[in-house]
Design a protein around this ligand. Structure first.
Ligand code: SF4
Length: 324
């Protein structure tokens, strides 16, 4: 690990003013410290934002506003979140061990970096770590990698379970920028595909500070679930995950959300699959049709070909849960 300076500002504007090209914000530190130990991240300045006043969880009729520094465990245990947004609570509980949930923050969770092993090994080529160096995963071990949304420069997946759930409920990310202005970014616009610039993973500008995540109330969110398929029951990232929600009245599905995780560089909403189940009774035939649509356009890279059928089956199971 390289030597670095450490600052702990007392307000957001002070934190933003300290930000510089080789500075990093830190809160829970559960992702950044790992990357620093591996020499993947080598900041000259660490700006500790953990004491800024952004840890409240506020519930209203319109939804829930979660401070960016709220801990995963506090949000998962919040009664309003668990009862009105079960998909969010389930994703948080599936997303990390209890020890990590007690440290990791909501803002940090949605910014966590990929688990691609080559990204975390500076002896390997990786376009995300070093632009133009190549992608070792393309011809290497790619069992965990993307089957949709990837590019010839990067096939890594986004590892955040929470981001999948937040995408399914149309969450909004609130950001404070360099000039002190606050911006509201729909999470569906927050993440970027790798294209030829895989290092840039989201729309944040240098110095931007996430201050809150707003989760609007909806019938789909109320009847939702998060299904995570992984190699072992805990302390493991998703091979495939599905965030699903249905609004059904009078025996007819009025609205649906199906978002995939573990298969793309960002949470992958499958609108075509949603369209196959809206207007039906949510019967087995409609669920099968939605699952078939969910895998349309997917391609594997050898070791991860199995994910495509796994997605189809996971979508069926998640939709059966919310249709029951
Ligand atoms: Fe790097 Fe992306 Fe290739 Fe992994 S998949 S080695 S993160 S460029």
């Amino acid at each position: 690990m390289n030597a670095f300076r450490y600052e702990r500002p007392s307000d957001a504007l002070g934190a933003i003013a300290l930000h510089a090209p080789r500075a990093q914000y830190i809160a829970g530190g559960t992702n950044l410290l790992d990357l620093m130990k591996d020499d993947v991240e080598t900041p000259e300045l660490i700006i500790d934002i953990s004491r800024l006043p952004y840890s409240a969880i506020e519930s209203s009729e319109a939804g829930v506003r979660v401070g960016a520094l709220a801990r995963m465990s506090d949000v998962a245990d919040d009664i309003a979140v668990a009862s009105r947004f079960p998909i969010v609570a389930e994703a948080l509980l599936a997303g990390a061990s209890p020890q990590l949930r007690n440290m990791a923050t909501i803002g940090g969770n949605i910014l966590q970096r990929t688990r691609c092993a080559y990204f975390r090994d500076p002896s390997q080529v990786c376009n995300k770590r070093e632009a133009g160096s190549g992608c070792a995963a393309l011809g290497g071990v790619n069992r965990m990698h993307a089957v949709i949304g990837a590019s010839d420069d990067c096939i890594a997946t986004n590892p955040s379970d929470l981001a999948v759930a937040l995408t399914a409920v149309d969450a909004i990310v609130h950001v404070q920028g360099r000039a002190g202005e606050e911006r509201a970014i729909p999470i569906t616009d927050f993440y970027l595909l790798p294209g030829t610039t895989p290092r840039r993973e989201n729309v944040l500008e240098p110095g931007d500070l996430i201050i809150a995540v707003e989760i609007p109330a909806s019938a789909v969110a109320h009847n939702s679930t998060y299904l995570k398929i992984r190699d072992r029951a805990s302390y493991e990232f998703a091979l495939v995950s599905v965030g699903a929600g249905l609004e059904r009245t009078g025996g007819v599905v009025r609205a649906a959300r199906i978002v995939l995780g573990g298969v793309a560089p960002k949470p992958w909403r499958v609108s075509e699959a949603e369209a196959r189940i809206v207007g039906t009774s949510g019967d087995a035939g409609a669920i099968d049709a939605a699952a078939d649509a969910a895998i349309d356009g997917m391609r594997g890279y050898g070791e991860n070909d199995f994910k495509i059928e796994l997605v189809r089956r996971a979508v069926v199971r998640a939709l059966q849960t919310v249709a029951a």
